[in-house]
Design a protein around this ligand. Sequence first.
Ligand SMILES: *[C@@H]1O[C@H](CO)[C@@H](O)[C@H](O)[C@H]1NC(C)=O
Ligand SMILES: *[C@@H]1O[C@H](CO)[C@@H](O)[C@H](O)[C@H]1NC(C)=O
Ligand SMILES: *[C@@H]1O[C@H](CO)[C@@H](O)[C@H](O)[C@H]1NC(C)=O
Ligand SMILES: *[C@@H]1O[C@H](CO)[C@@H](O)[C@H](O)[C@H]1NC(C)=O
Ligand SMILES: *[C@@H]1O[C@H](CO)[C@@H](O)[C@H](O)[C@H]1NC(C)=O
Ligand SMILES: *[C@@H]1O[C@H](CO)[C@@H](O)[C@H](O)[C@H]1NC(C)=O
Length: 758
Amino acid sequence: MPHTRPYIYPIALILIGAVLLADCEFETLAHLKPQASDETQARAVGDLLKRLIGNRASEFIVSVNRSLALENGQQDTCEIRSSRNANIAVKGSTGVAAATGIYNYLKYFCNCHISWSGNQLNIPSPLPPVTGTLRIASPHRFRYYQNVCTQSYSMVWWDWARWEQEIDWMALNGINLPLAFAGQEALWQEVYLSLGLNQTEVDMFFTGPAFLAWNRMGNLFRWGGPLPQSWHVKQLYLQYKILHRMRSLGMIPVLPAFSGNVPEAITRIFPKANVTKLDPWSHFNCSYSCATVLDPRDPLFQRIGGLFLSQLVKQFGTDHIYNTDTFNEMTPASPDPSYLSTVSGAVFSSMTSVDPQAVWLMQGWMFVHDPVFWKPAQIQALLGGVPLGRMIVLDLFAESTPAFSLTHSFYGQPFIWCMLHNFGGNNGLFGTVESINQGPFEAQRYPNSTLVGMGLAPEGIEQNAVVYELMNEMAWRREPVNLQKWVSLYAGRRYGSGHENLAAAWKLLFRSIYNCTVPHYKNHNHSPLVHRPSLHMATELWYERKDLLEAWRLLYSAAPSLMAVETFRHDLVDITREALQLLVSDFYLEIRAAFQNHRLPELLTVGGVLVYDLLPELERLLSSEKHFLLGTWLARARSLGLDAKEAQQYELNARNQVTLWGPSGNILDYASKEWGGLVGDYYAQRWSLFVSTLVECLDCGRPFKQEAFNQAVFQVEQGFVYNQRRYPDKPLGNTYEIAKRIFLKYFPQAMNRVSPAA
Ligand SMILES: *[C@@H]1O[C@H](CO)[C@@H](O)[C@H](O)[C@H]1NC(C)=O
Ligand SMILES: *[C@@H]1O[C@H](CO)[C@@H](O)[C@H](O)[C@H]1NC(C)=O
Ligand SMILES: *[C@@H]1O[C@H](CO)[C@@H](O)[C@H](O)[C@H]1NC(C)=O
Ligand SMILES: *[C@@H]1O[C@H](CO)[C@@H](O)[C@H](O)[C@H]1NC(C)=O
Ligand SMILES: *[C@@H]1O[C@H](CO)[C@@H](O)[C@H](O)[C@H]1NC(C)=O
Ligand SMILES: *[C@@H]1O[C@H](CO)[C@@H](O)[C@H](O)[C@H]1NC(C)=O
């Protein structure tokens, strides 16, 4: 293998000479640190390297010495230098710091890449030398990862192999504060049975696996349930392994705590319990929502919270940090500040009664979700109910709607600046690279900032890997990057060197589709493709479509020599998918115009191309690439079932989540996915019915009635959920041939159409 020229653009070089701005210090958080010995952490990183690069791992000499952090105000630090025999010596203050240093070296010296959509690990031999010492140091105490919803939208069906891969990814990307939420229902079940509830009552409480995130937050119960006993056993087994691995790498896992959300039947045992039945959540009615919430001032709250936490600490050990969200998307009983501070004080004391060193990690989502209720007085009261520095607030959607600047840095409570980026785990290229590149530093410079970390809080993952890589680097940098340069290097790493045209493609993407600057934009996939058709669908874009189409052309042109590279195959499919999604909007607008202007032949032509060619081509394209298969999602779900009945239940959970979400389409298409299987049997069927309904209306001179169409199309949607068809979990067909046919047919059309963007 030729010796690749080292790419000298490591994070560390950026740091040299830069003003050192570090997070403010909170003595109250000093005990949140790795528990594993330095030796254990070093060994865990060595094992990670073997999983990642096999024999080449022996060329890295990894050590961990916590004293290294002393020179960096106790924050994570890593030093990398060349040593004898062309080996590379890596010394980290923690396992995570060492792993981050290694990934930085792999990226910027070896031109390698690791992502959800594939790795590019063509490592030069011998390893490129490091001149002097490469020093990588984070200005932040914490690098947080996960949204409580990620557990359901992405991780719900994972086995240990997939978890292991993700924990490796976390370590390599610097994450030291991850949620560890698996297995908690097993403990809740024990707590409630021990209080005297019977199994039926417990079964009436839990949702099925795909909806547990919202059960835990008190939004939802019973839907998709009950949880089989085998589920608890398997999740407990996973949780032990997850915690052990996270801790051995030097991470500080965050465990769940009690929010007040209880089974309705609690009042059979405790008739005097001060519970409130909440209003329905989202578009559900009281059959599956309207949670029963225990008043935190009721002594029973301390009892249940305490029982759960002691059980949790006994089973899992603790790192003294717990997450709970009492008011997520729920309106509190009263806006009275004294009530709100009593409530947060009570929640906190239910933690400290078991673990005197407890720190409460809370999502600050409600402050941006419901600003009408959460005025400064309410926020200050809630945060003030907990001693200063004993709570960490996640500024969850900071890249779009930061809350720190509206609350004087959360009135003195420490906070973590989080990028949310993704809602519902949708596909769709998207990013706000400018605010990711600036926001973290603005948060640090904010007067009297209480910033203690950076974080990722996506509702779903396994999409837009580039945005997460950028954000993860931000947690180790002290100033913004040059985005155009950064993304050129990214392209080189992602596909291997020698594909300069692709840097041009990525530069185009970074200035357009990844550069959303619309204030407070919420990244759902708004494309008509993945929504129930109507005559009132929005098709606005936030970017110049020419840029996307030119990037498509560049990727397509490079394809013949790059199809063997997994990351490239993924991206060719992804960008072709995005371009077809654009065309669906064009076709939709033409269909609508043809209908409104009574032009039947045009309606038949455009509708026909959409339903009989474009969507089937998209279905074939997606089905040819392993990262875009409905069959994988369903097979993973089924594989967790102990028998056919459980497999069936999990499969229905899995199908429902990505389509109807609730029994009657309650949160329809929120978690949409452009996957092979789903495009053909769900989205295309819907569009087919829409087009044929319009044709019929025009033919008979009838108006289009949305209500009647909704009822008819609901049958189609439900038909998919219950069709019992098996979808392949292995790719089918030749991706290149399909992508080529699509490009030749549709690229000229896409270029010719006038942009629907304003
Ligand atoms: C860790 O680093 C400190 C400070 O540099 C040093 O005194 C100590 O010997 C090191 N420990 C090991 C085990 O190398
Ligand atoms: C649980 O208790 C309820 C209410 O008393 C009762 O209707 C139900 O039959 C009980 N179930 C079991 C399994 O004991
Ligand atoms: C029960 O809680 C409500 C508020 O949720 C409060 O107004 C009421 O005083 C409480 N009742 C008792 C008996 O504590
Ligand atoms: C909730 O809606 C479902 C239909 O989706 C209906 O069957 C059920 O009776 C409703 N429940 C309540 C309590 O209104
Ligand atoms: C920052 O804190 C100091 C000391 O508490 C205070 O005097 C100053 O007014 C604060 N600055 C801002 C902008 O809040
Ligand atoms: C993003 O768009 C803004 C204008 O809205 C522009 O100033 C900026 O340079 C763009 N960023 C990139 C990376 O192209």
